[in-house]
Design a protein. Structure first.
Length: 501
């Protein structure tokens, strides 16, 4: 039998009157000196930290990553140093645009974030379950997310806002087709793939750099809800994915993913058909085949959800030696915005929270601030250079210089000479999807676009239909018929107009 623990205040003072407040007589007013009452209520008032602006509701688990294939020819990262090497990981899955109280079966992309606790620091892949995204410039991010949240007047979700944005930004088409397919409603987190989405880089022992994309392929098989099943699940269990993940792990049916990479050389990048750093595009697997790297397994559910899942913080800025960034514009924007979001939500010392803390050495000159719970550098100097400490710079970790294509800084049109928003969505619809997928995609789009309302309804619908016709004539025709729109009129408009965005 475990040893009994006495009730105390947060400061450790033993406390006996838990159930009754201290009053003047049995019916009298409460005394201000009943400290525990005030401590308890004050803590209760502050139990909710700000929810994430995006990825608000999620599930998480600990596990391991094991190397199964030698990729040291591409990277000197210690995590990949030898076959059989194991690294502890923490993974958080999430809905993206939904709120903390939303349904796990919402039509939404899914966050797929991994923290690798390596001996060279923590490496985060802050990705999604899709290889692309809706935008290719970070200036559009907050505006896109606003369309996925609530109308500022009605405080309701608005198909009008969403489709207005999509129709004015055809770069979103690739991700829109994925979102509106059954891939937009995964059955469970362990039944979906994960992607780093952005282009990153790998650096080898000789300081040579290649460009890479990260893929995690579910070993449980892809399984999705249909739109009807997803809506039904909202009324049965809002927390279906969370409950499912807990249950399969506690039954020791540990979910696994095969970790793979695509590799592109700098020479290949310069002549690639599309901008290889464009987040709205994929690299064809035929040209850049998947290379096996390892297996990720999740096998431990956190004992305390808030401590580990809610307080976990991921940032694509967190790379380790042998892994680097690229000129992907959206990635560049996230390098600053993600850590900034964590400082706002969790405080400047968020990386001291156990789930975020590097389990190996951390040596720097950052001191003080809210919730400093480490040794705060002890008596060591908080400035550099100094004559007292033994922190040194290890030149072995120096990265190679990056050659830039221009020395002119300006605001460039993101679509100049790069405005093909239709080829890859067209291939997704005609080649990657089967008839069942295409049928459900059309039904889901029609169902969503029927929610468009207001005086601009016809304009928004027709503008978006023109994009769908440019993707694939059969796609545009089927959606137009479903919406009761004259097909010939839209086809003529689509063929005639060259809309400038």
């Amino acid at each position: 039998m475990s040893k009994e623990k006495k009730l105390t205040t947060a400061s450790g003072r033993a406390y006996t009157e838990f159930d009754n407040s201290q009053t003047v007589g049995p019916r009298g007013p409460i005394l201000l000196q009943d400290y525990f009452l005030h401590e308890d209520m004050a803590h209760f008032n502050r139990e909710r930290i700000p929810e994430r602006v995006v990825h608000a509701k999620g599930s998480g688990a600990f596990g391991t990553f094991t190397v199964t294939n030698d990729i040291s020819q591409y990277t000197r990262a210690k995590i990949f140093s030898k076959v059989g090497k194991e690294t502890k990981v923490f993974v958080r899955f999430s809905i993206v645009g939904g709120e903390k109280g939303g349904a796990d079966s919402e039509r939404d992309p899914r966050g797929f974030a991994i923290k690798f606790y390596t001996e060279d620091g923590n490496w985060d892949i802050a990705g999604n379950n899709t290889p692309v995204f809706f935008i290719k410039d970070p200036k559009k991010f907050s505006h896109f997310i606003h369309t996925q949240k609530r109308d500022p007047k009605t405080n309701c979700k608005s198909p009008t806002m969403m489709w207005d944005f999509f129709s004015l930004n055809p770069e979103s088409l690739h991700q829109v087709l994925i979102l509106m397919s059954d891939r937009g409603t995964p059955f469970a987190y362990q039944n979906m793939d994960g992607f780093g989405s952005h282009t990153f880089s790998m650096i080898d022992k000789d300081n040579r750099r290649v460009w890479v994309k990260f893929h995690l392929k579910t070993m449980q098989g892809i399984k999705n809800f249909t739109n009807a099943q997803a809506n039904e699940m909202k009324g049965i269990d809002l927390d279906h994915a969370q409950r499912n993940l807990v249950e399969v792990i506690e039954k020791k049916n540990f979910p696994k993913w095969a970790f793979k990479i695509q590799v592109m050389t700098d020479d290949q990048a310069k002549i690639f058909k599309w901008n290889p750093f464009d987040l709205t595009k994929v690299w064809p697997h035929k040209e850049f085949p998947l290379i096996d790297v390892g297996i990720m397994e999740l096998n431990v559910i956190p004992e305390n959800y808030f401590r580990d899942v809610e307080q976990s913080a991921f940032a694509p800025a967190h790379v380790v030696d042998g892994i680097g960034y690229s000129s992907d514009k959206v990635l560049q924007g996230r390098l600053l915005s993600y850590p900034d979001a964590h400082r706002y939500r969790l405080g400047v010392n968020f990386e001291q929270i156990p789930v975020n803390k590097c389990p190996y050495a951390v040596n720097n000159y950052q001191r003080d601030g809210y919730m400093q719970v480490g040794d705060n550098g002890g008596s060591d100097p908080n400035y550099r250079p100094n004559s007292f400490d033994d922190i040194v710079v290890d030149e072995n970790y120096k990265e190679p210089s990056m050659i830039l294509e221009s020395n002119i800084a300006d605001w460039y049109d993101r679509n100049e000479n790069d405005n093909d928003h239709y080829s890859q969505p067209g291939l997704l619809f005609s080649k990657a999807m089967n008839d069942y997928d295409r049928h459900n995609l059309v039904a889901n789009i029609v169902g969503s676009m029927k929610g468009i309302s207001g005086e601009k309804k016809e304009l928004i619908i027709n503008r978006q239909l023109c994009h769908f016709f440019r993707v694939n004539e059969n796609l545009g025709t089927a959606i137009a018929k479903g919406l009761g729109v004259d097909v010939q009129t839209i086809m003529k408009e689509s063929m005639r107009e060259s809309v400038a965005f």
